[in-house]
Design a protein around this ligand. Structure first.
Ligand code: OAD
Ligand code: ZN
Length: 275
């Protein structure tokens, strides 16, 4: 903590005055929940080519033609998604919301961990892996993360030939019309979700915390720029510098799960003193 104490204290002070702060999050905030990021060394995009398997069609093709590569990666990801729990960073955000400081969390993550940590005002711009979306009637339904992952893994293990029928056997059926559903996530080339709400929250914010995102993917990466233009202070917490250096007011090169609980404690102590 010592090295960045001044930056942490400054962030705590700025946040203690805020009432409409936002957090804009990426894969880095779930790294301490053992879910690998995309672009760090050894991340998902080191293992599979996003141009090949990052689209719905590409993933279907890779499943059928490169199952020897894709299936072990899927198995490892399922394992991580099953075992992960919200970490101290997710929990600190939920505390900041309850303290009336943080208004909205805008996340690019699809892992459901913000919701499980207790965040209420949540915009998931890339969707949620644990919400199914019917391809015919549009019906949506949340599934429980751990039982869903276990069932999916069991079905995957039973597959002998990785063809279209095998893929269909993995899908959850729609309760309304019996058609196939798919996880309600945004893949490359698909529309980002709740974009107007996310821009609105960004522009309304008095402080934006940018947590664990490289800033490589648009339009999400433009939220901090829009927030800054509208007058927000930008606090970046990320062990390595990211694409937001030009609009950052306070930069804390730490893990979110170390920095955020410290900041929350600091705010709690300073408000107690005032009372
Ligand atoms: P990236 O993998 O691009 O960036 C993760 C960032 O988190 C990096 O800058 C890391 O330095 C940082 N990081 C790692 N561990 C951290 C920790 N413990 N605390 C704080 N920061 C940490 O992930 P995203 O920016 O989320 O989109 O990627 C954006 C989008 O690209 C994803 O939503 C996904 C991907 O393609 C889709 O799939 C549509
Ligand atoms: Zn349906």
């Amino acid at each position: 903590m010592g090295k960045w104490r001044q930056e942490l204290e400054e962030a705590a002070w700025v946040l203690s005055k805020a009432t409409r702060a936002t957090a804009f999050c990426g894969a880095g905030i779930s790294a301490e929940s053992s879910i690998p990021t995309f672009r760090d060394p050894g991340g998902l995009w080191d293992q599979i080519n996003p141009m090949e398997a990052g689209t719905a069609k590409g993933l279907l093709r890779a499943f059928q033609e490169k199952s020897d590569i894709i299936v072990p990666i899927l198995m490892t990801m399922l394992d991580r998604f099953e075992k992960s729990e919200p970490n101290a960073g997710h929990v600190a955000l939920s505390h900041l919301e309850k303290m009336g400081i943080l208004k909205t969390v805008i996340t690019q993550n699809i892992d459901n961990l913000h919701e499980e940590a207790g965040t209420n005002d949540l915009i998931e711009v890339h969707g949620n892996l644990f919400r199914m979306h019917c391809l015919s009637c549009g019906w949506k339904k949340k599934v429980d993360r751990k039982p869903y992952v276990q069932a999916l893994r069991n079905r995957l293990l039973k597959i002998a030939v990785y063809d279209l029928d095998a893929l269909i056997s993995l899908a959850v059926e729609c309760d309304q019309c019996g058609s196939l559903t798919r996880p309600d996530v945004v893949m490359f080339g698909e529309a980002v979700k709740s974009l107007p709400q996310a821009f609105d929250a960004s522009i309304q914010s008095d402080v934006m915390m940018v947590l664990g995102t490289s800033g490589a993917v648009f339009p999400a990466a433009s939220f901090p720029v829009e927030a800054k233009k509208a007058g927000a202070k930008i606090i970046v917490i990320n062990p390595t510098e990211n694409g937001f250096t030009h609009c950052t007011d306070i930069y804390i090169p730490m893990k979110a799960g170390d920095a955020l609980p410290f900041i929350v404690e600091k705010i709690k102590k300073s408000t107690e003193k005032q009372i």
